[in-house]
Design a protein around this ligand. Structure first.
Ligand code: FES
Length: 247
């Protein structure tokens, strides 16, 4: 049975082009029928009540990763969050933490993409590119399953307490992406390519607080990736020392 209820959506408004105006909450009273997501309500507010409201969204299916925000204090995707699941009829929406706000719920993702690019997030081959596709067994595919699920929504980046304290930290998503390619049976990047994250602001900055895991809407575990990358770095260093002693 379709039920409807009135909700108050309190949305944090701000415009970086008008910095003299402090951020403020604006309330919208909206009738919501069961089954509606937070994103559906945002679309409705923008289309029917206030065309100045800014937010990002595209797929509406938890695939493109555009609609991450803080919903009643929890970082999540607006398109996969059902309004009817809230205990209160007041819903508070804020932009993702750890980013500069451009306007309302739209943040500047530049630092996130810079860290992502740093890990070379693509297959690197040393041998010649084959004429046909490179075969990958089911068993090998399973090794990267969870990391392939990352949709780059930046929920983990927004939840990470280290980024708040240490600007320039690699961040969970980039680390998970690097691990995804290191585990990929088709990737041939040299072992020393890991050195780019072997820095105080690389994988060693993580405090294993696990908030990235809690925040991920796709059940990716970036902390596991970071721990594995650290193990690989230590292993590489040992191999290097043993190799130089044998000479
Ligand atoms: Fe694409 Fe929400 S709109 S993930």
């Amino acid at each position: 049975m379709i039920r409807s209820n009135y909700y108050t959506f309190k949305i944090l408004r701000y415009d970086a082009k008008d910095p003299l105006r402090e951020p403020y909450f604006q309330s919208y009273h909206v009738k919501v029928v069961s089954g509606l997501t937070v994103l559906s309500v945002l679309n409705r507010i923008r289309d029917e009540i206030d065309g100045t409201l800014a937010f990002r969204a595209s797929c509406r299916s938890a695939i493109c990763g555009s609609c991450a925000m803080v919903i009643n204090g929890k970082i999540d995707l607006a398109c996969r969050t059902q309004v009817a699941t809230f205990e209160s009829d007041t819903v508070i929406l804020e932009p993702l933490p750890n980013f500069e706000v451009m306007r309302d719920l739209v943040v500047d993702m530049t630092p996130f993409w810079e860290m992502y690019e740093q890990v070379q997030p693509y297959l690197i081959r040393e041998s010649a590119v084959p004429e046909k596709e490179i075969y990958q067994s089911e068993k090998d595919r399973k090794k990267i399953d969870q990391f392939v699920n990352c949709i780059l929504c930046a929920c983990c980046y927004g939840a990470c307490p280290v980024i708040a304290d240490e600007p320039g930290y690699l961040g969970p998503a980039a680390a998970a992406k690097l691990e995804r390619f290191i585990l990929d049976s088709r990737d041939e990047r040299p072992a020393d390519s890991l050195e780019s994250v072997n820095t105080p602001k690389g994988v060693w900055a993580c405090r294993t607080v696990f908030r990235c895991i809690d925040a991920c809407p796709k059940d990716v575990r970036p902390t596991d990736a970071i721990v594995n990358l650290r193990k690989n770095l230590v292993k590489n260093r040992f191999n290097m020392i043993l190799g130089s002693k044998k000479k």
